[in-house]
Design a protein around this ligand. Structure first.
Ligand SMILES: Nc1ncnc2c1ncn2[C@@H]1O[C@H](COP(=O)(O)OP(=O)(O)OP(=O)(O)O)[C@@H](O)[C@H]1O
Ligand SMILES: O=C(O)C1=C[C@@H](O)[C@@H](O)[C@H](O)C1
Ligand SMILES: [Mg+2]
Length: 169
């Protein structure tokens, strides 16, 4: 096991937890959205506008296929586990943790963020439908489901780090 992937809906804490894991497990951290932004030289909304959502999804798959084979933590984008190919790529190259949150928490965290195009174009009801539709894919992609409700980022990171340290070779 070399890689640790964090999956879950937008606002579930993948980036925030990923950052905190680095000192706890002694592995570098990469945020997939941030890496793609750097690589393409555009913001996420600009990539959606220029290449469409499918174009962005292709870039995500390419990222998973080509990312160097090294020990690291990767906070994935919220839509990554929707593709069967991506689920397979992650499961076969690392440990996958699904950060599960309530929609109530998610909405509170992301509803005003201009940097998430899917939030921008959706009503609260539409986003909740997407949230429920995606749950099964997150479950399918992951080795661990981590409940985050009423837990601090510190507590969640400590739990994930405990599992990584227990299992890393
Ligand atoms: N358990 C938590 N307790 C307190 N704040 C949290 C918790 N989880 C996430 N947050 C906060 O919610 C916000 C969104 O979290 P974050 O950016 O890590 O989500 P994400 O899963 O990476 O989303 P995206 O898929 O859009 O990149 C951040 O400000 C983060 O600090
Ligand atoms: O859930 C999604 O589909 C997304 C989540 C973000 O991490 C970004 O990857 C982008 O905004 C799309
Ligand atoms: Mg993130």
């Amino acid at each position: 096991m070399k890689k640790v992937y964090l999956v879950g809906f937008m606002g579930s804490g993948k980036s925030a937890v990923g950052k905190r894991l680095t000192p706890l497990v002694n592995m570098p951290f990469y945020d997939m959205d941030a890496e793609i932004v750097k690589m393409i030289g555009m913001t996420i909304p600009q990539i959606f506008e220029t290449y469409g959502e499918e174009g962005f999804r292709d870039i995500e798959t390419e990222f998973l296929k080509t990312f160097p084979d090294e020990y690291c933590i990767i906070a994935t984008g919220g839509g990554v586990p929707m593709r069967a190919e991506n689920r397979e790529l992650m499961k076969s190259s690392g440990l996958v943790f699904y950060l599960n949150s309530t929609f109530r928490d998610i909405w509170r965290r992301v509803s005003t963020d201009p940097n998430r195009p899917i939030v921008q174009k959706s009503t609260r009801e539409e986003l909740e439908i997407l949230f429920n539709k995606r749950k099964a894919y997150y479950m399918e992609s992951a080795h661990f489901k981590v409940e985050t409700t009423n837990r601090s980022l510190h507590e969640i990171s400590q739990y994930v780090a405990f599992q990584i340290n227990r299992l890393k070779g």
